[in-house]
Design a binder for this molecule. Sequence first.
Ligand SMILES: Cc1cc2nc3c(=O)[nH]c(=O)nc-3n(C[C@H](O)[C@H](O)[C@H](O)COP(=O)(O)O)c2cc1C
Length: 356
Amino acid sequence: MKIGRHEVRYPLIQGGMGVRISGGRLAGHVAKCGGVGLVATPGVALNSERYDGNNYFGAGPLALKDELRKAYAIAPDGVIGTNCMVALTDYAELVRASCEGGAKLIVSGAGLPLNLPELTADWPEVALVPIVSSVKAAELIARKWKKSYDRLPDAVVVEDPDTAGGHLGEKLENIGSGQYDQYATVRGVKAYFREEFGVDIPVVAAGGIWDRADVENALAQGADGVQMASRFVCTEECDAEPAFKQAYLDCRKEDIGLMMSPAGLPGRALVANIEAIRARDLQMTPGCPTGCLKKCTYKSEQERFCIVHALDRAQRGDVETGLIFCGTNAWRATRIETVAEIFTELFGDQPRAGSV
Ligand SMILES: Cc1cc2nc3c(=O)[nH]c(=O)nc-3n(C[C@H](O)[C@H](O)[C@H](O)COP(=O)(O)O)c2cc1C
């Protein structure tokens, strides 16, 4: 798969996972195995040596560059990038820090990344990859980029709201209604770029892809590659604390559900402790501690909870009052494996392995 100027051995992007679930270590090892490794930028300052409790926005770009350095130390020639959420207050700073830190691509969603080419204008070699959940969103982005910047996306990730983990780009009431067709959307995006602009950019399917059969199915259904996130949580190299990984190993299908994030988007997570998360934040963090999101109902009305701290707690192993994002497949994790083992199962020449 070729994304912009960057060729990758296997058609796999490891999905960005904030807060610090996909840091430099996971991204580096995925890149070393021949996939695209992504460092997630949301909350990257938290739990880093750059953060002193008061310098959230100052520490973010520095902590991000530290993670990129870690990733490149593991895979010096790897295809390593970042995941930047449009909804973040410091989106522009994190995009620029990604470029300065040597990211080869920026994958960007949780809102439409309409000004991403402007923010990266000084780094034309950095590939730009929006995340969408509909053909319409891809059209809006492409039209705006073409008109304002004479640029098109280098690839597009199509994220399936019915299966993906984390924040989802669909209204809560429509998720799981059976209306959404992941691969029809993939093919629709592919056809749009061909017909409208005469270009053949990689369209990457995200959400619900776990084993070799899923990858083969995605490619057979018209995707050029896959983005996988939940599968990489239960790896030795994943940057989360062991208790976070154990929560995946312990969870059952019925523990995975939908919640409304204070960011105003639905999210998929382990939902049993949502009330405990809120109770903890109201007691210990009764105001907005960082202003991490442009729009946040906890910041404006003390509704729900502080998402960046809830995710940070989970990453550190507090699974009682931490928020554990996961895709619908998380229950399929049965052991801690290595990133290399996953690549062998997905792409190795050995007889086809079943799901792990
Ligand atoms: C723990 C976790 C954290 C995530 N954080 C982010 C994030 O910070 N930004 C983002 O764009 N997507 C995020 N996602 C979504 C993934 O990048 C990915 O697109 C999606 O989970 C794919 O589905 P899968 O988990 O079934 O493979 C997250 C997913 C998980 C499981």
